[in-house]
Write a protein that binds this ligand. Structure first.
Ligand code: FAD
Ligand code: DLZ
Ligand code: SF4
Length: 522
């Protein structure tokens, strides 16, 4: 029986379930670059170039193994526009008896796949995604487990401990290595001026990548973001080499300065592995195992290695669990009823607020910003300025090369915007300028003054923060973790509150909040 094995762009793992029992003598592997996918949102140019190049290299590796790979390039003649028609034509072309694929990572595509099942004349098997450490059933059973009448706390930290026990990562005789589950308290240091950031390996574009870059420049010119310079690893072997580099050179300092931000240093000690893990070039287990080995060998401290492993087996898996538990309603969450439109500077980086200008400009160049920039600069601004969660979600899905809806949505809706009313985060990650000033060197070169609380020169984060608490007082008063700060709001002098309101109104009416007019951009 000829089996057609359909592999999607974020399924580039040789060990994935759809390829586990693939046979070169009978089976055909099918992959497709399709316009509907590349324009489902107007993805960053670098994201499309990265993914198409990684897909083409993956296909090449399978051919080297002896497989027949039917690979549709976007620029091929008569290329079908979407997955469904591309797959139907491939089934016919190869006279396949059956189609096998791994479950798509996004609900939009899973629903489409279920409809192909009806439309195709042959069986379509959709297998579980074996690259995640927790299955859907594992997560649901954890989330709904009876805790003997205790109120159930769906906090990431408890899920993470269960994952540690299950994987055995950083466990010694059933106990967490070093005696604690979590060393986050050690991971909030401010950067010393003298810090030396290790230089990253750069992967020059090869012929395949150059061809894809030409295609992207030609077909997706109107999309956000810089295509060049391009230095992402696009082959599994380069991704592994990059992981080894990270573990040896950056991981030892990953913990200490995890929450720090520095002008002109987009990565600091972050791994930049999310893009490679999410599309399948790297196995999350291998990332954790190499990090743990570095600790066991005395090459990286426990706070760094525990922090890194927690991000992957804790946050990453938890976020995916929340997505599938809460979809499809989750997409429309707006617990704080935020309705302001996304300001145009999100597309240009042109704002007088230096922290936002830096984070957005880096995003435009690199299709990357690290977690604290995403959460405490960009996300925090959207939260306290009351930007519509649907618009924020779309922006995040477009601009980052690691963005797929399953991971982007709970991070935006739940973690950054508190739009799910407190499912992912136990309180809103709202902060005034003093937090940004403490964790970065952005404020020194800003037109606004982080020390001023009111008036035209004052840092907008300072008054928007209080305005946010005021506008959402009813909801936030119910949150016990907000008790202290809501008490301060209650005690605020009337004149001071009026100042906050006037400053915020002036800001909302100012050119900073002007929306992007695509028609005027050419
Ligand atoms: P590191 O700081 O080096 O962390 C190591 C790894 O841990 C990452 O590679 C990633 O795989 C994992 N990780 C860490 N935090 C998270 C998290 N909150 N959720 C899931 N995985 C995590 N991550 C995405 O992969 N795609 C997204 O679209 C995305 N959107 C985000 C939007 C917002 C508003 C916020 C606050 C966070 C978002 N994140 C997203 C999570 C996180 O910011 C990125 O995973 C991280 O910045 C990627 O950079 P890195 O590989 O250098 O991470
Ligand atoms: C992100 C993306 C893009 C831009 N293009 C393609 C494509 O042309 N072909 C493909 O197979 N995958 C692409 N992807 C990744 C998919 O969006 C991703 O695999 C699904 O959304 C997962 O549900
Ligand atoms: Fe950002 Fe305010 Fe600092 Fe300027 S002063 S960089 S706006 S936090």
């Amino acid at each position: 029986d000829k089996v057609l094995r359909f592999v999607l762009g974020d399924q580039l793992s040789r060990w994935i379930s759809s390829l586990e029992d693939a046979r070169p003598d009978t089976d055909v592997i099918f992959m497709a670059e399709v316009m509907a996918e590349a324009t489902s949102v107007k993805h960053h140019k670098k994201k499309i170039a990265f993914l198409f190049s990684a897909m083409r290299h993956f296909a090449e590796n399978l051919r080297d193994e002896g497989f027949t790979v039917d690979y549709l390039c976007l620029d091929a003649q008569n290329s079908p526009g979407d997955f469904g028609s591309a797959l139907a034509e491939a089934v016919e072309r190869h006279d396949a008896a059956r189609v096998v694929m791994t479950e798509p990572s996004e609900m939009r595509v899973l629903e489409a796949a279920e409809s192909w099942r009806e439309e195709l004349d042959v069986d379509l098997d959709i297998l579980a995604d074996n690259r995640f450490l927790a299955s859907h059933e594992d997560f649901v059973s954890w989330a709904t487990k009876d805790d003997g009448g205790q109120p159930k706390s769906l906090r990431m930290e408890y899920f993470y401990r269960e994952m540690r026990r299950r994987t055995g990562y950083l466990m010694d005789d059933g106990e967490p290595t070093g005696g604690e589950w979590n060393y986050d308290a050690e991971n909030r240091k401010s950067l010393p001026d003298s810090i030396k950031v290790p230089k990253r390996p750069e992967f020059a574009p090869d012929e395949t990548t150059r061809a894809v870059m030409e295609l992207v420049a030609d077909r997706f010119d109107g999309h956000f973001g810089d295509l060049e310079p391009f230095d992402y690893p696009v082959k599994a072997k380069d991704a592994k080499a990059y992981l080894d580099w990270f573990v040896a050179e950056a991981l030892p300092c990953f913990g200490d300065w995890q929450d720090a931000m520095k002008q002109g240093e987009p990565l600091l000690f972050h791994s930049h592995l999310s893009t490679l893990i999410n599309c399948g070039l790297l196995d999350p287990r291998e990332c954790c195992e190499k990090a743990e080995q570095a600790y066991r060998d005395g090459d990286a401290p426990l706070n760094a290695v525990e922090g890194f492993i927690r991000q992957i087996i804790g946050w990453r898996e938890f976020i995916r669990g929340v997505y599938w538990l809460k979809m499809p309603d989750y997409a429309n969450s707006n617990a704080l009823e935020a309705t302001r439109p996304l300001p145009g500077f999100f597309w240009t980086g042109e704002t007088a607020m230096n922290c936002l200008s830096q984070a957005i400009s880096e995003t435009r160049s690199n299709a990357y910003a690290h977690h604290i920039q995403r959460l405490m600069v960009i996300g925090n601004f959207c939260l306290i300025a009351g930007i519509d969660p649907r618009e924020v979600q779309e922006w995040f899905l477009i601009v980052y090369s690691d963005a797929y809806e399953w991971v982007e949505m709970p991070n935006v809706v739940g973690m950054a915007l508190f739009a799910d009313g407190g499912f992912v985060a136990s309180k809103p990650y709202a902060a005034s300028g003093s937090y940004i000033n403490k964790m970065s060197d952005y404020c020194g070169s800003c037109r606004f003054d982080v020390k001023q609380k009111s008036g035209e020169k004052a840092c907008p984060f300072n008054y928007l923060y209080w305005n946010f608490l005021y506008e959402n007082e009813k909801v936030l008063k119910k949150n016990h973790r907000m008790g202290l700060i809501m008490g301060s709001l209650g005690k605020m002098k009337k004149e001071r509150l009026e100042e906050v309101r006037t400053d915020s109104e002036r800001f909302f009416d100012s050119s900073e909040m002007r929306v992007w007019d695509e028609s005027a951009s050419g």
